[in-house]
Design a protein around this ligand. Structure first.
Ligand SMILES: [Zn+2]
Length: 150
């Protein structure tokens, strides 16, 4: 089983729907076909994906877990990244490259990305892909999946 597929098997239907709508097209073509095959296996089609997304019962959950504001999954990835976005201020040199806890010279920030829908919750270095590529992706999505919005 490939890595992406073993990840997909851990998702519930709602998460899978968000994944299909928002993240599928960020994968290579071959992986995309693999994912689509799996969607069929799980009995997910376009209209069902849309329905699951609008229904998403997780949006009503009120627990202490950190959740993605878009898909409400708690499968989010939290990476400590060196903070490079200093706004033209003092550059970060090698001397601050160590993290030694609270009170240390912390120049590491959380970069938080939703593993399910690819939503960026925290983007300290503004690394998230530019909207132009999004536009193209949506175009392809319409072409591949058909008329989702109708
Ligand atoms: Zn999400």
């Amino acid at each position: 089983m490939s890595r992406v597929k073993s990840f997909l098997t851990e998702l519930d239907d709602y998460e899978l729907a968000f994944f299909a709508k928002f993240k599928l097209l960020t994968y290579m073509k071959e992986t995309q076909s693999e994912i689509k095959e799996y969607l069929i296996e799980r009995n997910l089609n376009e209209s069902k994906i849309d329905r699951l997304i609008s229904e998403n019962p997780k949006s009503k959950l009120n627990d202490d877990r950190k959740r993605c504001p878009r898909c409400y999954s708690d499968k989010i990835r939290n990476d400590k990244v060196e903070w490079t976005n200093t706004g033209g201020g003092i550059g970060i040199g090698d001397e601050v490259a160590t993290w030694d806890g609270i009170g240390g010279r912390a120049t590491y920030k959380d970069e938080v990305i939703c593993n399910v829908c690819g939503n960026w919750l925290e983007d300290p270095n503004q690394e998230k892909p530019l909207p132009t590529s999004k536009k193209i992706l949506y175009g392809i999505w319409d072409f591949v999946i058909g008329v989702l919005r109708n």
